[in-house]
Write a protein that binds this ligand. Sequence first.
Ligand code: ADE
Length: 236
Amino acid sequence: MLRFDVITIFPDFFREAFDYGITRRALAAGLVETKVHDLRHWCTDKHRTVDDRPFGGGDGMVLKADPIFAAINDITGFRRRGDYPKDTRVVLLSPQGLVFTQSLAADLATIASQIVLICGRYEGVDERVAEALATDEISIGDYVLSGGEPAAVVVVDAVVRLLPGALGSETSATYESFSDGLLDYPQYTRPPNLEGLHVPDVLLKGNHAEIARWRREEALKKTERNRPDLLKDSQV
Ligand code: ADE
């Protein structure tokens, strides 16, 4: 059982986020559990203040560290990164993080039994969260979201579908984009002729060796066109 704890100032964002597809099935099957926590629960002042002005000046507000420290202590039972058990990961979602990849998703799916996701705000999170609490700081890509919430949904989805038993067929996760360094080959289904747009002949003929060769070539072409960077470090 893998448990996700999401810490956010927008808990309503997640109201139905995990109620679809593979995540829903994994939840129903008891493979995962998700709990969403409102950060304001750990704000002790009258106005439940989550942010404050940056030391040193500058625009915008910074998410305060102290409520996050209290939240992590309550949720994990530990006060500092060095105290967590090996299978606890505390992930800070921020544009300054390590870029999320399939191999990082696989690492989380393999190693963790508890993943705490801290949703930052784009203007920043007090750095002591990254210094003393987070085992991982993750960005889902080189663009700036207004907060880490969509990124948390992305991480949960990518990790859950790698858990043994989460996909219909145990093997399907190993044959898809990125696990072999190439993008997926193009797929078609019926009808074979859609307004004059034809499914490639080779797929209709049932010669499996030919089909395998065609798929590999097409995957290579598509990777060259859309993601030449993937070819540089793959052994294809
Ligand atoms: N918060 C804002 N932008 C983000 C990004 N690209 N990835 C993760 N969290 C973020």
